[in-house]
Design a binder for this molecule. Sequence first.
Ligand code: GDP
Length: 197
Amino acid sequence: MIIKSADFICSNTQVSKLPPPLKPEYAFIGRSNVGKSSLINMLVQKKGLAKTSQTPGKTQLINHFLVNDTWYIVDLPGYGYARASKSKKADWNKFIQNYLDKRESLQCVMVLIDSRLEPQKIDLEFCSWLGEKGLPFVLVFTKADKQSNLKTDQNIAKFRKAMLAFFEEAPQHFVTSSELHAGRDEVLGFISSINQN
Ligand code: GDP
């Protein structure tokens, strides 16, 4: 897919104020610091579109970015910020679940996973919740440049295996590095294939 334009449309704290659900959208989500903003900027080749390295867990916003005037990247607040209070975490859950559950134009949830790490409970729990809700999702492993390909492959294999505890088969996955612009064609190709259907 050729990216001709990518524009920030709005930030929302309320699901009721989102843009009308008239264009396909793809929600990007993961633990704080997983590399979500970097990945979004890399995909659309626009530095600074999504704000990188904000204080993790601080802003609870749903950001809509319109790509090629035809589809949205939706930047969701990161989960699993260790220092967030219990009530903050509960707010996050309610807010995001409400969005994911109700958004009719949502095509697929792009779950970002740090490829440097062994399977994390919070990521697995989130995937399990998506499965329970019947929401389509794929895994996007980030920061693959940070270690050897072998280590990345091992962590991915462990994650996929851990998913088999609650899924018959692991979902499709992508390996990315925003630093090296790796995985861009694959992720955009996937989105493009859904948009054409
Ligand atoms: P977010 O909190 O999930 O939006 O994460 P950011 O995009 O702000 O990234 C968190 C940190 O990881 C920043 O210091 C980034 O420069 C770094 N980072 C993000 N993606 C990559 C990547 O693909 N490779 C490397 N080496 N660093 C990355």
